[in-house]
Write a protein of this length. Structure first.
Lengths: 204, 259
């Protein structure tokens, strides 16, 4: 299985690459070679840091290439900011549109006495039928580090609670995202990445 | 529910894990990659590797150690010691770290915090503070002093004020080590930890003094810590992160279990 990992110069890819290779995947990294997206068997968009950094996806033509690959049925996984990018945008960078695959906006955690960013291991409530999270038991823990989050909607594959319920994972067809870092979430995270690598289009 | 993190700390000197009391009298405690893997297997929520004698000549040794340690580690991995410039941080990230911890260099040039944050995100920047109460001050806790160069030199900054500045400059977490408590196994400095935790909106990792389960309950309670670091409590087989967390759960602390 070859996985194309997108490098948009926002943080470090080492951990994601390491986890994918550990699971037996071959990885290729692109920061602008669109042929690697056009020929991709799987696409992973990692991401840490600021939503504004996703502007580079637009300026390099990666956004269009990803849109086409998704339309052709290539399984796609966005991690952290990479998941947020699947939405219409984020209040972190109001002028910067996301892919718009999910029509909602990502927003900052509500004002509270709790600390933001939300950093650490939090538990998942997985919606039945999620293929990305198959085999993840209720209450299993994964590692988060973020200040913005997606809303809970029909496309939410798992929720977590911090200050308020938020989308810990999102999934519709071949497009998936995790707000947490599966590559840093121990055995639970590896199980999720394994599900992604094993994902097949349904015959029906 | 967000859980309190138990972080296993490996103090590394010349490629070996060591442990000292109040930063001196170092004892060998094993191979970093082996120790890190064991801690992760035994339930540690995160691994911190601190190169406590990071000299220029030792950089390559450190990078090899980081690479070897990161290879099979799938929990957050933070590396500190001798990060003097953005290029040092880049090399450590490239070797497989998820976060870097900066200490002396950030005190000398606080813009280093911003520079690393810009390139790698705030979540990747931990500002480590070596703190010592000032017994001569009117308020020894709020006037606690920052030390640099591994606790050898007074920085001329107050701990609470420096933690606030670090946050403003974009630090993602504060790693607060009480030099008074470090290596004593007599408990964390809960007053100092609470003072810092209340002063900032980012997570505070308490360090120095872990010896018993009660010490952890205490620092998560009145110490208001978001995470706690432990080294010597694990190294010599006294306890594992898992057994520590099982006891913490019984005491009502929210932790990642099973793990």
């Amino acid at each position: 299985m070859r996985v194309t990992v997108i490098d948009y110069k926002a943080g470090n890819l080492t951990s994601v690459l390491k986890a994918l290779r550990h699971l037996g995947a071959e990885t290729v990294v692109t920061d602008g070679d669109l042929s690697l997206i056009e020929s991709a068997e799987r696409i992973v968009l990692p991401g840490v840091g600021h939503f504004a950094a996703t502007e580079r996806l637009d300026s390099t033509g990666i956004t269009g290439a990803i849109r086409a690959a998704i339309a052709h049925g290539v399984p796609f996984l966005g991690i952290c900011v990479g998941m947020q990018w699947l939405y219409a945008g984020s209040s972190e960078a109001p002028g910067q549109p996301g892919l718009g695959h999910f029509s909602e906006l990502c927003t900052h955690f509500a004002e509270s006495t709790e600390k933001v960013p939300h950093v650490g291991w939090n538990s998942l409530e997985v919606k039945s039928g999620s293929r990305l999270l198959a085999g993840v038991a209720p209450g299993e823990f994964v590692y988060f580090t973020h200040s913005f989050k997606g809303p809970v909607t029909a496309d939410t594959a798992a929720t977590s609670f911090y200050i308020e319920p938020f989308a810990a994972a999102v999934e519709r067809g071949n497009v998936m995202g995790t707000q947490f870092h599966p590559e840093k979430s121990g055995e639970t995270g590896l199980k999720i990445l394994r599900n992604f690598l094993a994902w097949k289009a349904r015959e029906d | 529910m967000l859980t309190k993190r138990i972080i296993a700390c490996l103090d590394v000197h010349a490629g070996r894990v060591v442990k000292g009391v109040q930063f001196v009298d170092l004892v060998d405690a094993g191979d970093p990659a082996t120790q890190a893997a064991r801690h992760a297997r035994e339930g540690a929520d995160e691994i911190v590797l601190l190169d406590i004698t990071a000299t220029h000549e030792a950089r390559q040794t450190l990078l090899d150690t980081v690479r070897r340690t990161a290879r099979e580690l799938f929990v957050p991995f933070c590396v500190g010691g001798g990060i003097r410039a953005l290029s040092d941080a880049e090399a450590v990230f490239e070797a497989g770290a998820d976060k870097v911890s900066v200490n002396s260099a950030a005190l000398k040039d606080p813009t280093l915090i911003e520079a690393i944050g810009r390139s790698f995100g705030a979540q990747a920047v931990v500002v480590a503070i070596d703190a010592k109460r000032d017994p001569s001050a009117a308020d020894p806790v709020h006037d606690a002093q920052v030390y640099l160069q591994g606790g050898r030199k007074l920085a001329g900054r107050r701990v609470v004020e420096w933690a606030r500045e670090a946050e403003q400059r974009g630090a993602g977490e504060i790693l607060l080590t009480s030099m008074d408590s470090d290596g004593t196994r007599a408990g964390f400095d809960c007053e100092l930890t609470a003072a810092v935790s209340e002063a900032v909106g980012i997570p505070v990792i308490a360090s120095g003094g872990a010896g018993t389960v009660d010490h952890f309950t205490d620092v998560f309670g009145r110490g208001k810590a978001d995470a706690a670091l432990a080294a010597s409590i694990f190294h010599f087989g006294i306890s594992s992160a898992r057994s520590l967390k099982q006891e913490l759960a019984q005491a009502g602390v929210s932790v990642r279990l099973p793990c």
